[in-house]
Design a protein around this ligand. Structure first.
Ligand code: ZN
Length: 115
């Protein structure tokens, strides 16, 4: 399952950033997910919860911020957000599009419980 490997990846990243000697518990993890990554947020939340239940990340809440698919047209230079992943410029109908954002999968914030 796509989301399961992504959730595992998020857990790995979070663990890299946690202080080594602290007894910190993680309150929430915010991730930015691009539209092109084809992630179902509900499914990702479910997988994240499932794999963190018996770990140091138990109880951490996953917050998912969706990044729109933004392209720039090479023909008319217009920047647009695409609702569908159909690569046609909404302004001029051109196909000469460059992807500016929408492929991201970034952990952007980790909130710790302060003990
Ligand atoms: Zn265009």
């Amino acid at each position: 399952m796509h989301e399961l490997s992504i959730a595992q990846e998020i857990v790995n990243i979070v663990n890299q950033y946690l202080p080594e000697n602290g007894n910190n518990s993680v309150r929430s993890v915010k991730v930015a997910v691009g539209k092109l990554s084809n992630i179902l947020p509900d499914s990702l939340e479910f997988c994240f919860e499932a794999i963190t239940t018996n770990s140091n990340l138990h109880g951490a809440k996953l917050e998912i911020e969706k990044i729109p698919l933004t392209v720039q047209c090479g023909d008319c230079n217009e920047k647009s957000d695409l609702e569908e992943t159909i690569f046609v410029c909404p302004n001029c109908g051109g196909f000469n599009l460059q992807i500016l954002s929408g492929r991201e999968l970034n952990v952007i914030e980790i909130e710790l419980d302060e003990n």
